[in-house]
Structures are given as structure tokens and as C-alpha cells.
Design a protein around this ligand. Sequence first.
Ligand code: FEO
Length: 400
Amino acid sequence: MENYRKITDDVLYVGASDRRLALFENIYPIERGVSYNSYLVLDEKTILLDTVDHSVSREFLANVEGALAGRKLDYLVVNHMEPDHCSVIAEIVLRYPEVKVVGNAKTIQMIKQFYSFDIDSHACIVKDGDTLSTGRHSFTFVFAPMVHWPEVMVAFDSYNGFLFSADAFGTFGALAGNLYADEYDFEKEWLDDARRYYINIVGKYGVQVVNTLKKAAALPIKMILPLHGPIWRENIGWFIDKYMTWASYKPEEKGLVIIYSSIYGNTADAMDVLASRCADLGVRNIHMYDASKTDVSVLVSECFRYSTIVFASPTYNAEIFPRMEMLLTELKAHAFQNRDAAVFENGTWALSAGRKMTEMLAAMKDIRLIEPMVSIKSSLKPDQLEAMDSIAAKIKATLA
Ligand code: FEO
């Protein structure tokens, strides 16, 4: 059933939400689902900005058909060629054979890689800063490479100040009727997913995100229309500030995250002692996770959120426990940097996890290690409490 929505008299939301998918990109759990946003502008010429994932293609195609109400589609802008947004391009070209597909040279190359229809006869290739007028509306294409693929661009409509921002300013989470961030309690209901989305999807490319934010700062933006999650029309600066913090690899908050792996509970026990000692010293905003229990995408996001991180792992097959190793590998892959960190290791015979964790952290940029590392042999013993107190005091000092 068509279910398109009016944003203005001539700008329509034609996307849809998926609450069935378990793993976004077949890796990130999305308990709250995800929306695939698409926008249709009914000007003298009609212009569709991006398509959707195939999972919601039925709703999307009904929306486009209903919203066009018999008009032909003149343009399809492809801001991003990842399949969660480009899966329906071939179907759109089939249904609207006169459509011009607007993209840059890399976009068109990727369309050729994904599809075998004749894109050359539909292609309208734009360069950075080019403008396309559809009547009242005038779309300027601003390239945003690596936010989050190399071909990504955003489109700014100078008629109404709308920024069609591709993946930027997107979030996990399906829409529930309301289209706008100000219609939800975004900070309470969405921010954790927005952070997890940004860090895990785009987090590696902070430099490119900062460059795009600087370009966007020059535009008189009235509304941000991303490809996932709600649209921003109020408090835009607040969300841009969050992006700037994440993209600059600065902690969002002073706070302590303790992440441990524990096979039989002894490393967990030691970390509970550490958390209590920190709390006794007045440390607040402490968060604890078992790396085997909590998805690594959440752990990566929490590490980006807070300023001081404790990593604790038993030695397992003479290596770091696999879940902890996965976390450290993911942090490196996402360019994690600029944090205070402490390492704890456990082992019953040959301890090696601590040295290996330290090496992995040393390979990341500006990780300030809180030393000396505490090594536990099987279980924490009373004669190690002094060392725990010393580390707790040093952790507290990082949070001042
Ligand atoms: Fe939502 Fe990079 O795709």
C-alpha cells in the first residue's frame, strides 16, 4: 500500500522501514530495525533522490508510483551506491525508461559493476559543485568521498535549504510514523543507535567526515534529510556537534568503560573489585561489559563514547581471549585513538594476553597506557589489592 509522506507541498518522503532484518550489512544487530529513506521532489521536472534496499522495494515502488500520480520520472540522483540504497535502480530505469540517472564518474562505474543494464544511455554525470535545476529547485552536488564510500556525494537544494546528506547524519532504527527527530526523544531513544551507526559504519573516515562537515558549514541548511533514520529540522547544530566530536576522535564524555573477557568468572571478579575501588575514590559514570555477552559494535561505540577504557582478558591458547581480540581488532579498524587505557591480564600458566593486548593498543594512535599492567594468576589475591588501588587512583586522575 502506498504510504508516501509530505515534507513540503512538493517534497515527499517515499522510503520505508524494515523491522525484520536481524543484521545490518549482515554484521550489525539492529534490534530497532532500520529505515531506508528516499525523497521525491515534484518540481517542473520530477527528481528522486536515491532508492532503497530490496527488502522494502515493494513499499518504495508503490510510494513512488503513487506520489508521481501519473507523471514521468525525469531524474534519479544516486548519492550513494551501497546496495542498501541502490538496489532498486534497475527497476526504476525499467519502469521509467526516460529517467536520467545523476551521479559522478565513480557512481556510474559502480552502477556498471552492480548491474548490466545500459546505464550510458541514462547517465547524467556531475562534477563536484555542479548544479541541476528542476524548475524552482536547484540541486548542488557536493562530493563527500568516504562518507562512507568513495563515490558518495550529498545534494543541497538551495530553494528550501534542504541537504540530502546520504549516509551522513543517519542512524539505525526504524521510523514509527514520525519523520522528524524533534518528534522523538532522540537523545533517549536514538542517540545510542546513531552513535553506534556512525562509529561502526563511517568511524574509520573521521578526516573525510570533518572535511564534509566543513563544506556543509558554508551552506544555509534548513533541514537535513539522511538516508537512514529521522529528518533533522530543529536542533541541527546539536547533531552536527555530535558528528564533529565523533569524527575528531574526541571522547563524548568523561567516563570509564571496563570491558572484560572471563572464562570462569575470575577476571570478571577482579574487574568488579576494580570498579568498586574506582567508585570508592569518587569515580562516576562507570560502565562494565562482558565482551562475550555484548555485541562488539556496541563495545566499539562505547569505547568511542568515553574517555578511559579498561581492557581485561585471560590468556587463551597462548593468545588474547577471542572476543577481546575481536574488539581490539575492530577498534584498530575504526581508527580508535586518543584515549587513556589500562590493560589487565589473567592466566593460570603462561600469561601472554597482556603483552599482546598492549601491542595491539600500541599500534593505535595516541593511546595513553595506564601502567603498570596488573597480571592475575588464576584469581585476584589480597596482596594485589594495593596494585588495584594504585591503578584505580591513576584511572581517577585521567577523569579529572
Ligand atoms: Fe546506508 Fe553506506 O549505506
